[in-house]
Design a protein around this ligand. Structure first.
Ligand code: AMP
Length: 376
């Protein structure tokens, strides 16, 4: 979708849902890490107002929020170009300050903001930015919470403006000329494959965060349908609570809808799909002759004892209907009998990458991201 602001055209590149998912993930991380601390959020105006509002709604612990400007100090000539924090009246001593930015671009401004807040004596400073451009990592601070990394293009929307316009848009749009000047690349699909409990969801999350991709988990979609007790959910339940597979036509119908809904993205991580050769063929048909390609399948290899151990652990905290000992056993069986064949289908196309799924989560992710880096 294209829009025009002043003299420039912009193309939709980060859909509303992708932004909201990223904000939710950031809030989840904060809710887990900051509970019990004396927290004040400090949002940098103007751009961060929308992000700050959406994020703060999702914060589940008691916290303060303050909005500041980083601007030339008005009133005295002598300050010249020196920029100062304006509007920060709270006492920060002993507090955990979480700086909220919509975007960190060159990173120079953030460096100065951190220096000035540091002087006010907080216990610690954490930085959260919805969007981060490559140069931001060259500076003298750590960005603790990142929504997504983006290329160095000119963007508007979700609080960001072009000469005053565009802040009200709920999605993010990129200057069309910048897109045109790049070679048109295909939307890349990465498949996360492996038995239940092999870490597909965990690794998918890390991939989408690092590369700004869309996460499409058929298991997650089905669980949502179950939750709202839709017709689809009722059909799916019969298969899921027996450790079997939901029929291919239902799954393919769901996937078609999701692909349509995420047209603007640069790539998709498919988690738990395709699970049958029929689904793999269906996906192939769906993507054929379109601007999409399946770049790689990552098959996580984990032995059965470890799978059972992980799923039983998850059962203690989870509340998933299918994490009971007998259903776990059936799901692993279904994987061996039906799903494992899908790996051969992609091996034949030279797209299969077998990854050892036992070990440190970050080490496994490093192995996967090294391959993705080569393919991009
Ligand atoms: P997951 O969260 O990926 O472990 O999926 C949970 C359950 O949802 C599976 O055990 C299946 O019953 C069902 N399911 C998820 N994805 C698919 C799929 N691609 N094909 C068939 N059934 C699926």
């Amino acid at each position: 979708m294209r829009i025009k602001l002043h003299d420039k055209e912009f193309e939709l590149t980060i859909p509303t849902k992708r932004i909201q998912d990223a904000v939710q993930d950031m809030a989840d991380e904060m809710n887990a890490q900051l509970l019990g601390k004396d927290v004040i959020f400090v949002a940098i105006l103007n751009g961060a107002f929308m992000f700050a509002s959406d994020l703060f709604k999702r914060i589940e612990f008691d916290a303060h929020i303050s909005f500041i400007k980083f601007a030339s100090y008005e009133g005295t000539k002598s300050t010249g170009n020196v920029k100062k924090l304006i509007g920060l009246n709270e006492d920060l001593t002993g507090k955990t300050v979480v700086i909220l930015e919509d975007i960190i671009d060159s990173g120079i401004t953030m460096e100065k903001i951190v220096d000035q807040i540091q002087e006010l004596g907080p216990k610690e400073i954490r930085i959260a930015s919805l969007l981060v451009k490559p140069d931001a990592f060259m500076r003298n601070y750590t960005i603790d919470y990142i929504g997504m990394e983006i290329p160095d293009d000119f963007i508007v929307g979700y609080g960001l403006d072009y000469d005053g316009l565009g802040r009200n848009l709920t999605a993010i749009y990129t200057n069309a000329e910048a897109i045109k000047n790049k070679t048109i690349s295909k939307v890349k699909y990465f498949l996360l494959f492996g038995p239940p409990g092999s870490g597909k969801g965990t690794q998918s999350k890390k991939i989408i965060e690092k590369y700004n991709l869309v996460h499409l988990s058929t298991g997650d979609i089905l669980r949502k349908e179950l939750e709202i007790n839709s017709k689809l959910g009722q059909i799916a339940k019969n298969h899921m609570n027996k450790g079997g597979l939901v029929p291919d036509d239902i799954i393919l119908g769901m996937v078609v809808k999701e692909i349509e809904a995420n047209k603007g993205t640069s790539g998709v991580v498919l988690d738990g799909f395709p699970r049958t050769v029929e689904q793999a063929k269906g996906l192939h048909k769906l993507l054929a002759n379109k601007n999409y390609e399946i770049s790689a399948m990552f098959a996580l290899d984990v032995d059965k004892d470890e799978l059972v151990r992980r799923l039983s652990e998850r059962a203690k905290i989870g509340g998933r209907i299918d994490d009971t000992p007998d259903i776990i056993e059936k799901r692993i069986q279904t994987y061996k009998l039906t799903t494992a064949k899908v790996a051969e289908y992609y091996a034949d196309q030279g797209k299969l990458h077998e990854i050892n799924g036992v070990g440190n989560i970050d080490d496994i992710f490093k192995e996967i991201s090294t391959i993705i880096d080569k393919l991009r």
